[in-house]
Write a protein that binds this ligand. Structure first.
Ligand SMILES: Nc1ncnc2c1ncn2[C@@H]1O[C@H](COP(=O)(O)OP(=O)(O)OP(=O)(O)O)[C@@H](O)[C@H]1O
Length: 306
């Protein structure tokens, strides 16, 4: 069942088109990623879905509600972690949760959330004294205190160190596993690849693809490389491997061989090596990533605004 349906969404700022016919739907219980470089309309889209901005055209439904017409009812069933959520430095953790809980008719017990998000011993700590990871966990707890069916998390791990990012990812998986649908706005490829069940890739105010991260990567016919150490000088790897299906180049430097190709060329290469009983070591196959998918979809690297 779709909990969010967006069809043909358009938005202009001062005559400039920022969203140009954006369509996607989010299924119940998934982590749905909204991925794109800066300025491609991700936040604007999510704010239209949350009822914080009025679209110029198209249709948005969240749990059957129209965010513009039914804003009040919508806010009871969604949880929003704003991009630049700021709390007063001096507010205590429990006070922030208590305050946010007061916005809802049927809030969750925030004491439970403190336990759940590992903040119980920080209950009386002031916001300004929390670490980056603790602040993010508090923001997630605040987004969940109303007991939402859908949580919107925007640029959640910006500025966190690798360990705190990983910890935050685990927390987001727990949110999904507790039955809350999660919409995750991100411009981090690794985050989206790790967390999202499906992803909408945004570029210049449009959705250029929607798929699972693996589906997006598998759809790319980009060249990639395999490297290995060849344990013999008796064969010429270019002669042996150069004509195999998908292989576009073979270079040898000393005992190091690099084979470049497309599709499933690596299987053909390893089969040929085995057939000729050639011993290789340190075999590495370059993994295609969402970066490759983005280049294939848009014709330019992620983050290149040109
Ligand atoms: N209130 C506004 N008035 C005018 N232009 C705006 C406004 N808000 C956003 N924009 C412009 O709309 C475009 C899309 O912005 P938006 O914040 O939706 O992109 P984004 O993909 O979320 O980017 P980021 O990752 O940097 O948050 C940008 O060019 C931005 O400058």
């Amino acid at each position: 069942m779709a909990v969010i349906d967006v069809t043909g969404l358009t938005k202009r700022y001062a005559g400039q088109t920022v969203l140009d016919g954006v369509s996607f739907s989010v299924e119940d219980g998934e982590i749905f990623g909204i991925l794109g470089p800066n300025g491609t309309g991700k936040t604007t889209t999510v704010e239209c879905v949350e009822g914080l901005r009025r679209p110029d055209g198209g249709s948005v439904r969240v749990l059957g509600l129209d965010p513009v017409r039914d804003g009040r009812r919508l806010r009871e069933v969604i949880g929003v972690q704003l991009q630049h959520t700021q709390l007063p430095e001096n507010i205590k953790v429990w006070e922030a949760l208590d305050l946010y809980a007061s916005f809802y008719a049927r809030p969750r017990d925030w004491r439970e959330l403190l336990e759940q998000w590992g903040l119980a011993d920080k209950r009386n700590a002031r916001f300004g004294k929390l670490s980056g990871g603790q602040k993010q966990r508090l923001f997630i707890a605040l987004a969940l205190v109303g007991g939402p069916k859908v949580a919107f998390l925007d640029e959640l791990t910006t500025g966190l160190d690798p360990q705190a990012r990983r910890a935050t990812w685990e927390v987001i998986k727990q949110v999904r596993d507790s039955g809350v649908t999660v919409v995750l706005v991100s411009h981090f490829m690794d985050e989206v690849e790790e967390l999202c069940d499906r992803v909408a890739v945004f570029d210049r105010g449009r959705v250029v693809a929607i798929d699972t991260p693996t589906g997006l990567i598998d759809g790319v016919d980009a060249e990639h490389q395999m490297r290995f150490t060849l344990m013999t000088d008796a064969v010429d790897p270019a002669a042996l491997l150069g004509d195999l299906p998908g292989v576009s180049g073979v270079t040898r430097t000393g005992d190091q061989v690099v084979v470049t190709g497309r599709g499933d060329f690596a299987t053909a290469v390893t089969a040929a090596l085995a057939r000729h009983q050639l011993l290789v070591a340190d075999l590495r196959i370059g993994r295609r990533t969402l970066d490759d998918a983005f280049i294939a979809l848009t014709g330019r690297p992620f983050g290149d605004p040109s």
